[in-house]
Design a protein around this ligand. Structure first.
Ligand code: PMP
Length: 427
């Protein structure tokens, strides 16, 4: 049993010693002390279904024994920086990771986070093309360092730092966007930005395939193929940010971009890659990778033995336990059940996403699509009391984000939907 400080004691310390900008979703934040696969346990041993673990990077399940063993064994043997010496962990993981990617995406750079991965990708694109302009999408989240904060496009996440060279294109959002689900129409805005906002040449286009922080927005069909073609004509590089949508989460494919039938020039990843261990990566072609030989480039902890041992274990677990198939099957079932709730509860404006990257948008008026922000928080709080943890996101904070560990079962899915149904019925 847990004998440490209580939630109240931790909260008091947090208020005094930790960043005042930290936020929590719940009125009474949980003190989670243990994790096992798709479940979390609080200080009293009460179990919660963690349907938002994906955001916190858990892909195979909390404390998955294979990943824990890989970490422990490597930690006992050696932890160091991989800048100066050879070590098999980084090489083996790079090889395994490259084998999951299409085409010539074969060279891996390791980082410690998604932000760092995207910063590196943007810099490589700028070096490779000799251009500065980058196009990203409104409603995107790409990180919180200077460059990536510039590419991020929601004022909620932006400070007043100097941000140069990023143009934000119309978001191809099928629910709220001006062109509905017509991906090619939105893509014309990118061509306009190139024609009227740049010299005609650009460094890169960067986007998620399904926006995570932005509230599970799946880019309108046909969007990425049309945009990639415009970008290539303008001499630019296409960057896919797979920090949330990668590693089998969307079920139908291993990588989010594959659902749009495109092949990027650079893919960035983090979160699920290490099942909770700080790890990120940039994968690109040998030709683009070459630009980093112009100067010295290194990252002290990027690709260290412990984190890459964890990464390799994650890939093996995804394969061994057929987690992509599970994300597809259970995710499809879960989406069907959530969609059925929409007929019953007027407050549900939209149900969307793929596999285990699902969103439910709450509105007080379906016609006007008025965000039901307070209701969203209320439902999350009530569901927590019933033992189900889900996330929220979107610019207006009115979208439930359901991104569980990939081992979620059909029974878990039923429990989640029943808890949501019950809570909405009581409102
Ligand atoms: N890209 C996307 C799509 C993300 O969701 C996030 C984190 N929410 C990041 C990049 C940044 O990753 P990190 O927090 O590891 O820096």
């Amino acid at each position: 049993p847990y004998t440490g400080p209580t939630a109240d004691q931790i909260l008091a310390k947090r208020k005094q010693y930790l960043s005042p900008s930290m936020f929590y979703f719940y009125k009474n934040p949980l003190n989670v002390v243990d994790g096992r696969m798709q479940y979390l346990f609080d200080e009293n041993g009460r179990r919660y279904l963690d349907a938002f673990g994906g955001i916190a990077t858990v892909c195979c399940g909390h404390c998955h024994p294979d990943v824990v063993n890989a970490i422990v064994n490597q930690t006992k043997r050696l932890q160091h920086s991989t800048i100066l010496y050879l070590n098999s962990a980084i090489a083996d993981f790079a090889e395994a990771l490259a084998s999951t990617l299409p085409g010539n995406l074969k060279v891996v750079f390791f980082t410690n986070s998604g932000t760092e991965a995207n910063e590196l990708a943007m810099m490589m694109a700028r070096l490779y093309t000799g251009c500065h302009d980058i196009i990203s999408l409104r409603n995107a989240y790409h990180g919180n360092a200077a460059g990536t904060m510039g590419a991020t496009a929601q004022c909620n996440w932006k400070f007043n730092v100097i941000q140069t060279g990023v143009h934000h294109a119309l978001n191809p959002d099928p629910y709220r966007g001006v062109f509905g689900s017509d991906g090619e129409k939105y893509a014309r805005d990118v061509q306009d930005l190139i024609d009227f906002g740049t010299s005609g040449n650009v460094a890169a286009f960067m986007s998620e395939a399904i926006q995570g922080v932005g509230g599970i927005v799946e880019l309108a069909p046909g969007y990425l193929p049309a945009v990639y073609s415009s970008i290539k004509k303008a001499g630019g590089i296409c960057i896919a940010d797979e920090v949330q949508s990668g590693f089998a989460r969307i079920g139908s494919h291993f990588w989010g971009f594959e659902s749009q039938g495109v092949v990027p020039d650079i893919v960035t990843m983090a979160k699920g890659i290490g099942n909770g261990i700080p790890l990120g990566a940039v994968v690109t072609t040998p030709e683009i990778a070459e630009v980093l030989t112009r100067r010295s480039y290194f990252n002290t902890f990027g690709g260290n033995p412990v984190c890459t041992a964890a990464g390799l274990a994650v890939l093996r677990v995804i394969e061994k336990e057929n987690l992509q198939k599970n994300a597809h099957a259970v995710g499809t079932y879960l989406k069907e059940r959530l969609t059925a709730l929409k007929d019953k509860h007027e407050i549900i404006g939209d149900v969307r996403g793929r596999g285990f990257m699902l969103g439910v948008e709450l509105v007080t008026d379906r016609q006007a699509k008025t965000p039901a922000k307070a209701e969203t928080l209320h439902v999350m709080d009530q569901m927590k009391d019933l033992g189900v943890l889900i996330g929220k996101g979107g610019y207006y904070g009115n979208v439930f984000r359901i991104t569980p560990p990939l081992c979620l079962t059909k029974e878990d899915a039923d429990f989640l939907v029943d808890a949501m149904d019950y809570t909405l019925s009581k409102m």
